[in-house]
Design a protein around this ligand. Structure first.
Ligand SMILES: *Cc1c(COP(=O)(O)O)cnc(C)c1O
Length: 539
């Protein structure tokens, strides 16, 4: 393949797309972009360093490279343009409504970003002496205080870096507490509708996972759960509101039954945005719950490093939390506990030793996310956080009721939903699937909703608008979804080729997942060999 200096391929039409009718393959602002290795030319470089003559006095101890490094050489503007062009082929919350259910893709307020960039927070080092970062520690402690206050719990481990990491932290606390009382148990119960991270976490921590069935109404079957409880059950992991977008009204009865059987209650708190300021998980008997700061408290999903998933803990589990930091309540005040102070603190404030299970991370947690989440909490205030939950639920119900005449809503008969609306593929024309509808939504300029999850509903579509969408934005999304849903019901065959207007059509996602090609190779692959990424993209 010949590629000229500026990266475009004059005579090679882009495979898999209809002829664009332009020499470049570009369509106005929709710019084609080759791989950086295809653009790059090792004779070109963005820097100007004199080539050094080989010296016998090399300090590299015989490690001097003997072959060319093979990196693509580009000028600075070519490099900037390459990544800018790639970034424009993606969807983002700053481009439009992002209805990915369970993921809570809400707007990231710019105030959070401004505060997080203050040099006193942004430029500190995790190994800086404590006396030089007391403001940052105060900030972590203040956030810990509000997380404990909002959840009605006793302590919070601040260091986990994501929801799934928080789940692991919570389950490790439970394991440590059971081992401390000489009663290690082997089973964790997980409802059918659970997020995949729940059973994965329990299995990773060494437990056998067993399913709890759901009722017709999409809730945990309380009687089936009670029947299974026994001396081998370490914990039950429950998501509330659950992944069908429904509140578990039996939560207190579930917790009481689990506690009576000597087990612990883990609550997956990823959906806390639906109940923040309204319900305190501590009042429902929860022992451990992670909070996805990137969901409920609007920090970016993955922006500039890992996320943050602090875990709130009950009084029974707080002594077992990781150090640093587990903050604990004593005399109504939240104290941040670091390793060096752990023993003194536990004697002085808590009347008993801490029995931390260990560490989750090398350092203190995700400072940039703590700063943003606290900015969000303080700028909303108590009334504002209650309104977050109300608006998230209102928006989801507006979508549910606006579309239930064209999309099957399996649980709509059992009352309003919480923060997300669940639909199924029932009623679609012959051969039309959830995938076809989702791809057509891309042509309408929206990121698709979550598909085929939760597993308890056939051809599931989980739509979570979040509270940050205006009624005008919701109406536009509803109109688009209504249109593609009507086409799906009518069995419109043209849905099967969507998306028609995206930079790429349908990728072979199975092949890409099973045989990922993560390194570029110049040679054209022989028949039967794994294709290059660009070939996968052209299918
Ligand atoms: C997002 C989510 C998780 C996992 O959180 P991560 O931060 O992505 O690890 C777990 N459970 C539910 C219900 C979720 O929505």
């Amino acid at each position: 393949m010949t590629i000229n200096q500026s990266g475009w391929k004059p005579s090679s039409p882009v495979q898999g797309l209809t002829d664009t009718g332009t020499v470049t393959g570009n369509r106005a602002l929709m710019l084609e972009e080759a791989l950086i290795f295809e653009i790059g030319d090792s004779d070109t470089t963005g820097v100007d360093i004199e080539v050094q003559a080989a010296s016998s006095k090399s300090a590299l101890g015989g490690l001097l490279r003997s072959t060319p490094i093979g990196l693509p050489g580009l000028t600075e503007p070519e490099t900037v343009r390459h990544y800018t062009r790639l970034s424009r082929q993606n969807y983002a919350i700053d481009l439009g409504l992002f209805p990915l259910g369970s993921c809570t893709m809400k707007h990231n307020p710019r105030l959070n970003e401004k505060v997080a960039r203050l040099p006193g927070f942004a430029d500190i080092h995790p190994l800086a002496p404590r006396e030089t970062v007391s403001g940052a520690l105060e900030l972590i402690n203040t956030l810990a205080h509000w997380l404990i206050e909002l959840t009605g719990m006793h302590g919070v481990a601040m260091s986990p870096k994501a929801g799934a990491h928080g789940e692991l932290c919570g389950i490790l606390c439970i394991r440590a507490a059971l081992e401390a009382r000489g009663d290690p148990r082997s089973v964790v119960l997980v409802p059918e509708s659970a997020h995949g991270t729940n059973p994965a976490t329990a299995a990773f921590a060494g437990y056998r996972v067993e399913n709890i069935p759901a009722t017709e109404a999409g809730r945990v079957d309380l009687e089936a759960l009670k029947a299974r409880l026994g001396p081998d059950v370490a914990a039950v992991m429950i998501t509330n509101p659950n992944t069908c977008g429904l509140f578990e009204p039996d939560m207190k009865a579930i917790s009481d039954a689990v506690h009576a059987a000597g087990g612990f209650v883990y609550c997956d708190g990823a959906n806390f945005n639906a109940i923040v300021g309204k319900v305190r998980p501590g009042d429902l008997g929860v022992d451990a719950m992670h909070i996805n700061l990137h969901k409920t408290f609007s920090t970016p999903h993955g922006g500039g490093g890992p996320g943050s998933g602090p875990v709130v803990l009950s009084e029974a589990l707080s002594p077992f939390g990781p150090l640093p930091y587990t903050a604990r309540t004593a005399d109504g005040v939240v104290h941040l506990i670091e390793e060096e102070q752990a023993d003194a603190f536990s004697d002085e404030h808590f009347g008993g030793r801490l029995q931390s299970f260990g560490r989750m991370t090398a350092f203190h947690g995700q400072m940039g996310m703590f700063t943003r989440a606290l900015a969000y909490i303080l700028s909303h205030g108590a009334d504002g956080l209650m309104q977050v939950a109300e608006d998230a639920v209102l928006n989801a119900n507006y979508i549910l009721r606006s579309l239930e005449d064209v999309l099957d809503a399996p649980f709509a008969h059992s009352g309003p939903c919480m923060h997300e609306a669940l639909f199924s593929d029932k009623g679609f024309g012959e051969g039309i699937s959830t995938l076809d509808l989702a791809k057509a939504l891309i042509d309408e300029g929206f990121h698709p909703m979550t598909m085929y999850f939760p597993l308890v509903v056939h051809g599931a579509m989980l739509v979570e608008p979040t509270e940050t969408e205006s009624k005008a934005a919701l109406d536009q999304f509803i109109a688009a979804l209504r249109h593609v849903a009507e086409r799906a019901r009518a069995g419109d065959e043209s849905l099967k080729t969507a998306p028609n207007y995206a930079p790429r059509r349908r990728l072979d996602e199975t092949l890409a997942a099973r045989k990922p090609v993560v390194a570029w190779r110049e040679a054209v692959p022989a028949a039967g060999e794994a294709p290059t990424p660009s070939e996968v993209g052209d299918r």
